[in-house]
Each structure stands twice: as C-alpha cells, then as structure tokens.
Design a binder for this molecule. Structure first.
Ligand SMILES: NCCC[C@H](NC(=O)CCC(=O)O)C(=O)O
Ligand SMILES: NC(=O)OP(=O)(O)O
Length: 312
C-alpha cells in the first residue's frame, strides 16, 4: 500500500477489522517491524485522540515518532502551482513535502477544511500536495473530506459490539454552535457501505451530505422514524454542505437523549459538546461506546502503519 488517504484504501474491511481485533490481544507482536523506521505526524489543526493513538500505534510497532504542529510552528505553505510568492506564504509544498520525506519513512497529515470554498476543500490541497510531492507514504489523520482512521476504528468497535447478522445502524445529525467538517460523516458513510447492515442517515432537510458519498444510502428526515429499533446510533454534527460551511440549524430537538436512544448503543468520534450534541445521561450511561471507539483508534492506526511498513 502506497498511501492511506481514504476509506477506499482499506483493501479488505472485514480482514483488517479481524486483524485489528487480533492485534489488540497482543499489541507488541510486531514490535520489531518498525525498528529504525520513523513516522512524522504533521498537525495543521488540533487533536487529542489522533495524535496520541497514532503515536501509541507507532510505538507498539517499534517506530520512532516525530510530531510537528504546523499550524503555529511551521512556515505557512504555498500550494498553488506557478505562484508568485510575494505574499504571506513562505515555502512551497513541493519543497516542504520532499524535505519532510528526508527525515521519515511515513508522513501523516491532519488538515481540516476552511469550510469557505467547497471546490478548494474538495481539492484536498494539503493532503494531496503531500501525496503528490512526498517520496514516502502519506497517511490521512483527518483531511477536508475524510477521516478514514476514525472510520476503521468505528468498524472495529461495531464488530466488537454487534450481536446481529444485519444490525440497524443510524447516522444522526446533531446541533453544534460551530461550523464543523463533513469528514467524519463522509468516512463513516463510506465505511458503512462496505458493511452488511441496515444503514440510515437522518438529518434536517437541507443538511444532505455530498450526494456522491451518500449515493445508494437511505435518508430519513424524521429522526424518530430513523431511530426506531436501531442497534447503533452514530451521532455527529456537520455544517451545511449545500449552503457550504454555514450553520443554518441549531435545533436542540436533534440532540441525542437517552429516551431517543432506546436500547441502541451510542457512538461519537469525540470531542463532543455535552448537552448540545448529546445529553449527559447518554455519555455517562452504559450504552455509550465512545471510549471504546477512542481505544480502537490505536489499533486502526496500528493496522494501517503495519500494512505500510510491510510494503516498504
Ligand atoms: N477529529 C474528530 C472531530 C474533529 C472536528 N470536530 C471539531 O472541530 C469540534 C470542535 C469543537 O467542538 O469546538 C470535526 O467535526 O471534524
Ligand atoms: N476523533 C478524533 O479524531 O479526535 P481528535 O480530533 O482529538 O484527534
């Protein structure tokens, strides 16, 4: 595997999930695989789980880890080909990506969208810029449009907690005070399309995700109907996709409550706004899988790094 950029780079979801669950029993089984290999984690945005779980995954494989917070430490990069760099950008992605490649064997990138210009965000200039110009494999640690490491951790969590041959899984939009990316919802949807499950997306009218991603998925605007007899409820806010990046709805009737959840298991990628996205009773109750999801971030990253190391 050259790069891990999207859910489509998961060669076999069931095999990778099985392998991750096995690895979890014995995380140091491949501690020699990463000897004298270095992963460089570049953050253009904040992180708690992705930063620590990817570092932990690399350490479990015996790798060295270098971390840089580009947002406030690195030079401001230029991505445009042929740019006359007489403004605010100090270094072109062409040099930056090649230079980073001199110091590591794998580079992992976190780069959120600006949520102002859809075409620019969908071009994924940071992630794709590194993929184009780096001479080492690139891993997506949440880009403008996708968070495949999260989706793989979610698939592991579903497999560990599912008791049915065809569970009902609902992706339910929730209110949020800030404009948030579509990445988590996109990758979760792409991952669910690879599962044998009844998958339903529920959100207010007008909050449709990218139709290329939800193509073939069932969309139900009535949240109560969507939630009926659900086995797993994945809650996530995203900003408006049609009126791109706008917060047009903060209706707290969409907040997940214990009553609405019923008997279902609750999932969220974290960080989560308590009593806006979901009420305390759900997060503090025993149907919540959010900490299990966070734990599985280590094993999703470990599977991805292992696959890449084996292909070097
Ligand atoms: N990596 C997991 C989620 C990251 C981001 N959430 C956030 O920015 C929440 C920030 C806040 O609640 O202030 C998102 O939705 O894509
Ligand atoms: N779920 C997740 O990616 O969390 P962080 O943004 O804290 O890394």
């Amino acid at each position: 595997m050259k790069h891990f950029l999207t859910v489509n780079d998961i060669e076999s979801l069931p095999d990778w999930v099985d392998e991750a669950i096995t690895l979890k029993q014995n995380p140091y089984q491949f501690e020699d695989l990463g000897k004298h290999k270095t992963v460089c984690l570049l953050f253009f945005n904040n992180s708690l789980r992705t930063r620590l779980s990817t570092q932990k995954a690399a350490m479990n494989l015996g790798m060295e880890v270098m971390i840089m917070n580009f947002g406030n430490e690195g030079w401001i990069l230029e991505y445009q080909d042929g740019a006359i760099m007489d403004q605010g950008t100090s270094e072109h992605i062409k040099e930056a990506a090649q230079v980073v490649s001199q110091y590591c064997d794998i580079v992992a990138i976190r780069a959120f969208p600006d949520l102002k210009d859809k075409a620019k965000d969908e071009a994924e200039e940071v992630l794709n810029g590194f993929a184009k110009y780096a001479s080492v494999p690139v891993v997506n640690m949440e880009s403008s449009t996708g968070h495949p490491l999260q989706a793989l951790a979610d698939a592991i969590t579903l497999a560990e907690h599912n008791k049915k041959s065809r569970p009902k899984v609902v992706l339910s939009w929730a209110p949020h005070p800030k404009a948030l990316p579509h990445a988590v919802a996109n990758s979760f949807t792409q991952m669910m399309k690879l599962q044998d499950a009844e998958f339903i997306i529920t959100h207010p009218k007008g909050y449709e995700l990218n139709p290329n991603i939800t193509k073939g998925c069932q969309i139900e605007y009535d949240q109560d109907k969507a939630l009926k007899d659900a086995d797993f409820v994945y809650v996530k806010n995203w900003s408006n996709y049609n009126d791109y990046g706008k917060v047009l709805n903060q209706d707290l009737n969409w907040t997940m409550t214990q009553q609405k959840l019923g008997q279902a298991k609750f999932m969220h990628c974290l960080p989560v706004r308590r009593n806006v996205v979901v009420e305390d009773a759900v997060l503090d109750g025993n149907q919540s899988l959010v900490i299990n999801q966070a734990q599985n971030r280590t094993f999703s990253a470990q599977i991805v790094l292992k696959k890449i190391l084996e292909s070097l």
